[in-house]
Design a protein around this ligand. Structure first.
Ligand code: ZN
Length: 169
């Protein structure tokens, strides 16, 4: 079976940035609601936050995290776990209504050796996929283009959220 990995060269800035400081960007975003637009925060629910990944593997890459700085599922409450899974469902709805993915990768990484960029704050990745996107992303690797599309996509996602009353938890 042929295996294609998404190639996301702009992520190198993120990976390099990880070695420059210990600030948890999820906690930073949680604590600064006045900066939600700049921080690409899509939704806040009672116990969780949903953020458009600034260094996406693919267009529309969302991160779902508990508000609390906890590293793994063992330390999450049942309420947090339930809310996060419901937010996976709602995130898929919002993405289908905006950018119409053909599929999704939904996953979690635990520990830096697993590829977790932020190993200390639990989060779920929602990565939209399209037929042929592994080829497309190699062409569309300009970080300025990505940044602009992030702001536009965040606005689209906010608009469908209002129209469709998302997230419904
Ligand atoms: Zn944190």
């Amino acid at each position: 079976m042929k295996h294609n990995n998404l190639w996301a060269p702009w992520r190198i800035k993120y990976v390099q940035g990880l070695n420059e400081g210990n600030e948890c960007f999820i906690c930073h975003n949680v604590g600064n609601p006045q900066d939600d637009a700049d921080n690409l925060v899509l939704w806040r629910s009672e116990k969780s936050i949903v953020i458009l990944n600034r260094f996406p593997y693919n267009n529309g890459h969302l991160l779902i995290a508990p508000m609390r700085h906890i590293p793994d599922l063992d330390q999450a409450t049942d309420e947090e776990l339930t809310e996060m899974i419901k937010l996976v469902r709602e995130s898929q709805k919002a993405l289908r209504l905006t950018i119409k993915p053909h599929g999704f990768n939904v996953g979690m990484n635990f520990g830096r050796c697993s590829g977790a960029g932020l190993p200390d704050h639990l989060h779920i990745h929602i990565v939209p996929r399209w037929e042929g996107d592994t080829n497309f992303m190699k062409v569309c690797s300009d970080t300025d283009v990505i940044s602009q599309s992030l702001i536009e996509l965040l606005e689209q996602l906010k608009q469908v959220s209002i129209k469709h009353n998302l997230p419904r938890l």
